[in-house]
Design a protein around this ligand. Structure first.
Ligand code: ADP
Ligand code: MG
Length: 222
């Protein structure tokens, strides 16, 4: 639990395994400075989602270590890691309003009501949806839904945000605009982030640094 690795996110020789014994990710080393955004490219099936799920504690890290802000979290359960995730389809709660989706992580963390409402308003402002709090999420466009998902994941101030192809379902124009918006939002909040995409241009537009995950589990700088 030493601080020798400094802050941010550090992966040391990380192997992520499935119960069937396969390990699509093995021996990955990667270090992100606090507030740094890294884009992760890689062919379909190369293990990008597996790596993110390992960082989040949703799949087993069978070798190596994961450090967040210098703390070894390899054995820490997901809900205590301070990790936020955004997925391709947003996975919003369909029966909650926009505001109550954004409030979700704050409710789980037992943030008092007044502070929660302030934080939700601040997050909706951040993603440019200030007037949308009371809307049902079913009526949102794809881009709006992803901005709600981003606000929801950032509301509890995660130590690292993991984005798994959040723009892949959107058309090209919107993808470019949202990539720029996401970068701006992550920088405004100083959020350390790993953004998975298969689009090199999106990766370059959004990230400080672009790496590629290969089938043998190695990472190279693009
Ligand atoms: P990517 O996100 O880069 O497309 P994934 O991480 O989803 O790749 O998958 C990497 C490999 O792990 C693939 O070969 C996939 O079939 C395998 N895989 C994914 N989920 C599981 C699972 N639950 N059990 C076993 N193997 C899995
Ligand atoms: Mg994937």
């Amino acid at each position: 639990m030493g601080m020798e690795h400094g802050a941010g996110l550090t992966l040391e020789d990380v192997t992520v395994s499935y119960p069937d014994g396969t390990a699509p990710v093995s021996g990955v080393d990667l270090a992100l400075a606090p507030g740094e955004i890294v884009a992760l490219l890689g062919a379909s099936g190369s293990g990008k989602s597996t790596l993110l799920r390992g960082i989040a504690g949703l799949e087993r890290v069978s070798a190596g270590r994961i450090l967040l802000d210098g703390q070894d979290v390899t054995g820490v359960p997901t809900h205590r890691r301070g990790v936020g995730m955004v997925f391709q389809d947003g996975q919003l709660f369909p029966h909650r309003s926009v505001a109550r989706n954004v409030a979700y992580g704050l409710e789980s963390a037992k943030v008092p009501r007044a502070a929660r409402q302030d934080r939700v308003a601040q997050m909706l402002e951040l993603v440019d949806l200030a007037a949308f709090g009371d809307r049902p999420v079913q009526n949102l466009s794809g881009g709006q839904a992803q901005r709600v998902a981003l606000a929801r994941s950032l509301a509890p101030s995660p130590r690292v945000l993991l984005l798994d192809e959040p723009l892949s379902a959107l058309d090209r124009d919107l993808r470019e605009r949202l990539a720029a918006d996401i970068r701006q939002i992550l920088k405004a909040t100083g959020t350390t982030a790993v953004h998975v995409t298969h689009d090199r241009e999106e990766a370059a537009a959004l990230a400080d640094r672009v790496v590629r995950l290969h089938d043998d589990g190695s990472l190279t700088v693009v």
